[in-house]
Design a protein. Sequence first.
Length: 184
Amino acid sequence: MKKHIITACLYTVITAVLLGIAYPLAITGLSHLLFRDKADGQLIQRNGEAIGSRLIGQPFTGARYFHSRPSAAGAGYDAANSGGSNLGPSNKSLIDRVGVSTRAESNGAPVPIDLVTASASGLDPDLSPAAALYQVPRVARERHLPEVEVTQIVRKSIIPRQFGLLGEPRVNVLQLNLALDQGR
């Protein structure tokens, strides 16, 4: 019996070291060698400084910028609080948030749902093309640009479905705002 307990404990320790430490370190090292950009969180650099990630949303509040979806992950898209709000359509908090959001930027068109509801993780960096195009009049007005020019920047920023069939077309808000700042 003592021999079986020792064997079981040794097996547990060896397995924990191999699968809990060695394997993750090996995979992390390999990913940094082969896929550096992806392994580092797809950070976007400007002047040698990380200004955001393609993978995690961030708030944009100025009227000159396209705004992201609301985040259910707390202030500033806090990844430690990632998770959906689970607010149902009759929930007073959701109704109030939708009301504030629709009054803040009403241009007569129906408000795209992703501008007033949080994503499942609360960290979504993307908007639907309709949500980005909805914001064009405000951004163009604030930047003193023709709407056609801002619309072209949005259309160039649309990421199509993967392989032509997976997912939905989307616009990464950080990349769109960077393109807007650069006049592309």
